[in-house]
Design a protein around this ligand. Sequence first.
Ligand code: AMP
Ligand code: MG
Length: 415
Amino acid sequence: MAPHPSTAQNHDVRMRGFVRRSTVTQVLEWIDQNLPPLQSEQVPLEEAAGRLLIKSVASEVDVPSFTRGMMDGFAVRAEDTTGASPYSPMSLEMIGQALPGQPFEGKIARGQTVRIMTGAPMPKGADAVLPAEHAEIHAARILIHKAVSPHKHLGTVAEDIAIGTTVLTAPRKLRPQDIGVLSSIGIAHVEVAQLPRVHVVTTGDELLPAGSKPHGYRITDANSPMLLALIRRDGGRVTHSGIVPDDRQRILQALMADVDVVVVSGGSSVGQEDHVPTLLAEHGELNIHGVAMRPSSPVGMGRLGKRLVFLLPGNPVSCLCGYDFFAGRAIRLLGGCGKAWPYQRQNYRLRRKLVSIVGRVDYARILLVDGQIDPLATTGASVLSSTTRGDGFVIIPEDSEGYAAGSQVDVFLYD
Ligand code: AMP
Ligand code: MG
């Protein structure tokens, strides 16, 4: 694959900055075109909900495979009930009962009935069910107060699923009710897409492992725990290298994990210690480096063997934003979650203007105030608490200078 225009001239951009940035649209296209093919696996039905079905399923049976009663009551010949009413009840001889799984073995003749429960096979000779509330039992006879028409309250053969019907067409994310339908036709295993295997590589000599108190000039790793949670949310099977020092050999080794997607935090930009882009360019392909967006502009991506590799900036807001835009999209698509953002989208009125510049996509955090939204004052890519104080974000597209106060805008809500 030829390098993207943004990387053609600047393989080693360290301490020089980006010559040209890709647009978000170009990057999304690159991702969609470079997703590795889905691998399939058989999983037991009870583990299949939420997974992406990749082989359509046809039924080898009729559901139901017999005619059954759909009410508790009495299996009758409809013609025997003609004329029955509260003023002129009619009497039928009760000759047995039919229960679910336990049919009445005989045949109903004129003037006869069989007590039947919902789901029980219809006895031979009967063609309708009279609901229990329209009859009184008197020893071996019943008095009926109502007529029923033929086929009333019957479940017919194959009314749910007919033999040979395709019940689920792939690709499809399996819903709980899909699992129920598959079970009803006797399926025990289904073929689904393998969940993408994702490895997180966190770089930075200044980082202390999650769980330590920051001290001195060192900071505690915020990105790894956040990325693990994001990847799990998006259906990835995630592993983590721990913190990898800013050392080329150690980083390269971590990048070589046997996975589908590698997500790197930090070391991805144009600083002296940012080794990941050059490593990727030397040992694989650095297809994108530098994107016209804020935050997260130093984001990069490419391939290393069969792996897709995403280089996310270390600044935590950039890391979150770059993940959701790019790495998350790949992981969600591979796992069958689709392209949509995993956040609810709602339209709100903006109380103050929200500025951007043409040619750049902005990820602006906002606050919900009295059913309207305010831009958050803190916009720095290093201030992760802006995403916890904020209620969501607005994406200002490339071709927009922002929104005036009073505009209606779409907000992605964090929850
Ligand atoms: P880098 O992308 O490695 O140049 O890092 C940019 C900024 O993000 C620096 O201030 C780093 O200290 C900070 N940073 C890098 N990695 C992390 C992390 N895992 N958690 C929190 N901050 C980080
Ligand atoms: Mg760093």
